[in-house]
Design a protein around this ligand. Structure first.
Ligand code: AMP
Length: 619
């Protein structure tokens, strides 16, 4: 397939702000793609080259891309910098440079979709000396074959920022529309006529929906189709597979997509309870169906085991097996199932006191790539298992929690300090649930989880089957959307960071809010609303690490402020939330302070605007 045909689709997507129109364009592109190209089109329209759990860094920064543009076109890096500064988009600068190229490539061939995907997918394999130059050469190779409009999107894809406003919710709706409802020859929406509303897919929001779930709320794909695609995606995290299955096997095929070993599913999420009693009251009708469990402050992990092979994934779906050889050993030794998928929290403990350590201290364990065994000596960890998603080939997603816990008990032989069951108590067996709550806090944990024993497991969902009750003043997990270099002693560091929450309100659907969205650093993955600017709380070391990380994510720039690809989530404490016209959330944090990076959270997991509003009201 010619890359130019995909560029037509990109341009049509970019030309409209209407979510419905975008969905229709995308649906049509999916329907038009043949079997061989469908997975590539699905992947490229999302701007990701790898599935989330296989995601590898392409290692492409803005400056490396600028070098590649120079190499391909002969236009000086200064000229490209200037153009980038003027338009704020390196993709535009690449198109312009290709248009005005100082050198002609003698043998250029038409760019194909395969060539773009294959070349970019190879970049992470370049390692060691000379790898940077090889990346420059590879991108330059694509650009020399590109027309100006192709150069724009090759550049943006390499940088991981397509700027066409396609999030997970839209891809879901487009798949439903293309393969489950049909698109007629004119490329318009099929005739189902039922309303499509992200909310209609469930009574509560899902993870995807937190950022862009209510992608389409007009006529077209029906909610049964959308629900089926959504479920299949939350279980597989693989839209190419979901699209293929929807096309070949329809609704029944999607329903059969299940948990598979070494392909992580989204984890079920908790809602916040206003207190222990409120949590018990709302999680289930009958208190006899309620289980209380310690709420551990560690890293959520999904552990996959098949024979001796064990892999550990975070709730961001990242494979962190190499950081947790201790967990791998414990699961091999203490879990008797031949194969299984378990859900739990890994918690770090202080070697001297035996107390749990704060997540921020423990998070070094997640990031660590070298001397891992030494760090294990320093910060030992325990896996506290609290759920089982499948055991010995049987999916347990639709089984009740009660049954899942029974199944877990049958295969887990707890080894104190290595792998344990989460400490729990049934409300039915408890004289005073508050005693359990106090016990959890005295033992140094965050609070308790309140769970419905009768409920199934819903990947990726915040469906109210489990709630969290904790006493501490809430911190906020916020996404960095823009950054500025500090002044004075720290002028080499990106120390002024704009922070945003996820817009889960109706405003997220309003396609007329684009100017505000631009200011807030809206991305292809959803809409973020800024709530303040952070300037304090970090040590020099923390700031250096953060700067290194953010410099690789800078996209556009206006004046001294850079837009940042929204990938980094920070935990922030603050004095107060004020209402404000300065930020597009309508709120501003007073005295925000950096507590740490939430390595375990993806942008979609960040706190929502509704939470900020609630905390504001509760002050
Ligand atoms: P929060 O991170 O505050 O939104 O709380 C939800 C998180 O608590 C989950 O994603 C888990 O990582 C964590 N957690 C700790 N203990 C438990 C437990 N017993 N059951 C479920 N989740 C738990």
């Amino acid at each position: 397939m010619e890359y130019a045909a995909l560029v037509d689709v990109y341009e049509r997507l970019e030309a409209t702000d209407s979510t419905l129109a975008k969905r229709d364009v995308l649906g049509e592109a999916f329907a038009d793609a043949d079997d061989e190209h469908l997975p590539l089109v699905v992947v490229l329209c999302q701007g990701h080259l790898f599935a989330a759990w296989q995601r590898k860094e392409l290692g492409v920064s803005s400056s490396l891309t600028a070098r590649a543009i120079t190499k391909a076109t002969g236009v000086s890096e200064d000229g490209i910098e200037r153009r980038w500064e003027e338009t704020g988009d390196l993709g535009d600068a690449a198109a312009w440079a290709t248009e005005n190229e100082a050198q002609r490539t003698l043998f250029s061939t038409d760019l194909t979709v395969q060539a773009v995907v294959e070349t970019l997918r190879e970049l992470p394999t370049y390692e060691g000396e000379g790898s940077e130059q090889r990346r420059v050469d590879a991108i330059a190779g694509l650009l020399s074959d590109a027309t100006p409009r192709e150069a724009r999107y090759v550049t943006r894809t390499a940088l991981g920022h397509l700027r066409i406003g396609i999030g997970e919710g839209l891809v879901r709706d487009a798949i439903a529309l293309a393969f489950l409802n049909g698109i007629d020859d004119a490329g318009t929406v099929g005739d189902s006529g039922e309303t499509t509303d992200g909310e209609a897919t469930d009574d509560k929001t899902t993870e995807g929906e937190a950022t862009n779930g209510k992608a389409t709320d007009g006529e077209g794909a029906d909610s049964e189709a959308i629900e089926a695609v959504e479920r299949a995606f939350q279980v597989t995290n693989d839209y190419p597979l979901v699209a293929h299955t929807a096309r070949e096997e329809g609704l029944s095929g999607l329903a059969e997509l299940g948990i598979e070993l070494f392909r992580p599913a989204r984890v079920m999420l908790a809602e916040k309870a206003a207190g222990l009693d409120a949590g018990i009251g709302s999680v289930a009708e009958n208190p006899a169906d309620v289980l209380l469990e310690f709420k551990y402050d560690g890293a959520r992990v999904q552990v996959h085991k098949q024979g001796e092979e064990v892999r550990v994934f975070t709730r961001r779906l990242e494979d962190v097996t190499d950081a947790f050889p201790d967990v791998v050993r414990a699961v091999r030794a203490d879990v008797s199932a031949t194969d299984c998928v378990l859900d739990g929290e890994v918690v770090g403990y202080d070697r001297e006191t035996g107390d749990p350590i704060a997540f921020q201290q423990f998070s070094q364990r997640i990031k660590r790539k070298y001397d891992v065994e030494e760090l294990i000596e320093e910060i030992p960890a325990t896996l506290h298992c609290f759920d089982a998603l499948s055991i010995d080939g049987e999916s347990l997603l639709d089984a009740s929690l009660d049954r899942r816990l029974d199944a877990l008990g049958n295969v887990l032989d707890p080894e104190p300090g290595a792998v344990e069951r989460a400490t729990s108590q049934r409300v039915a067996d408890s004289d005073a649930p508050v005693d359990f709550y106090d016990w959890a806090l005295l033992a140094g944990h965050e609070g308790v989880m309140v769970k419905n024993l009768d409920a199934p497991y819903r990947p990726g969902r915040r469906v109210g089957y489990m709630m969290k009750a904790k006493p501490t003043m809430e911190t906020l997990d916020l996404v960095v959307t823009r950054a500025q270099y500090s002044e004075g002693r720290r002028s080499d560091f990106l120390g002024r960071l704009f922070l945003a929450c996820v817009d889960d309100t109706d405003r997220a659907d309003d396609s007329d809010t684009n100017e505000a969205d631009e200011a807030a650093g809206t991305t292809d993955d959803g809409r973020f609303r800024e709530v303040g600017r952070l300037a304090t709380g970090y040590t020099d070391e923390e700031l250096r690490e953060l700067t290194d990380r953010l410099e690789g994510l800078l996209t556009e720039r206006s004046g001294r402020v850079f837009d940042v690809r929204p990938e980094v989530v920070l935990e922030i404490e603050y004095e107060e939330i004020q209402s404000s016209t300065k930020y597009d959330s309508g709120y501003a944090l007073r005295f925000p302070r950096f507590l740490g990076v939430r390595e375990d959270l993806s942008p979609a997991d960040a706190d929502t605007l509704s939470t900020v509003e609630r905390l504001y009201d509760e002050q």
